[in-house]
Design a protein around this ligand. Sequence first.
Ligand code: CDP
Ligand code: CDP
Length: 220
Amino acid sequence: MNIAIDGPAGAGKSTVAKMVAEQLGYLYIDTGSMYRALAWAAQEHQIEIEDEQAVSELLKNNVIHLKRDSAQQRVYWNDEDITDRIRTPQVSQYASVVASYGAVREQMLVLQRQLAQVGNVVMDGRDIGTHVLPDAEVKIFLTASIRERAERRLKELQQKGHQTDLAELEAEIAQRDKRDMEREVAPLRQAEDAVLLDTTGMTIPQVVDRILQICKRSGE
Ligand code: CDP
Ligand code: CDP
C-alpha cells in the first residue's frame, strides 16, 4: 500500500507522515526536501532563481539523494549532506519558485516515482495524490487554518531559539500557498479521491490516529 499526503505549508504533513510511516514500518519520503535542495543549490551557486532554464540545467547536471539515517531522512546534493541547511525562510520561498517550473517538475516526478518503486511508502508533498502516485491506496489532504499553521511554525522556530513575528510568518506562508496553488504545472490541490483532514485544533497524535484509521479501513 502507498500513502500520499498533500497539503499547504505547516499543515503537519512531514511530522505526521513520518509517524505514520514508523507505525506501519513503511518508508517515509519527503518530496519537499528535493525542491528545497534544488533551491538551496541555486542560491549557493548564485544562479538566478527566475531563470527557469538555468535552474533546470542545474538539476539535470547534479544528483539529489535521499538517505535514511535511522529515523531521519537526510538530503544530499551530490556528496554533500545539506539536510540542516534547507529549512531557512529564503530556501522555502525559492523552493516554491523552482517548483513552478515544468522542466524541474518533470525531472522530480521521475526521481520520486523511482523512490516509491519499493512500495509501502508514505510520501508527502503538494502533488503526490494528483500526479506522482495517482494510484496510491490512501490519499490524505491535510490542512488547518492559516493562523494555526503560522502559530505552529512560530512555536517551532521559537523552540529553536529564533525570533520571528507571527504576522510575518503568516504572510510568508500565504504567499507560498498562493504560488503553489496558482502555478500551471501540478498545482497544489486536493485529489478527487483524497480524504480531507482539517487538523485545526487537533494534536499530532490525534491526526496520526485518524490517518491510521483511514489506512486500516482502506486495507480491509
Ligand atoms: O510538513 P508541513 O509543512 O505540512 O508541517 P510540519 O513541518 O510537519 O509541521 C509544522 C509544525 O506544526 C511542527 O512543529 C509540528 O510539530 C506542528 N504540528 C502541530 O503542532 N500540530 C499538528 N497537528 C501538526 C503539526
Ligand atoms: O514543509 P513545508 O510544507 O513548508 O514545505 P515543503 O513540503 O518542504 O515544500 C517546499 C516547497 O516545495 C513547497 O512550497 C512547494 O512549492 C514545493 N513542493 C512541490 O511543489 N511539490 C511537492 N510535491 C513538494 C514540495
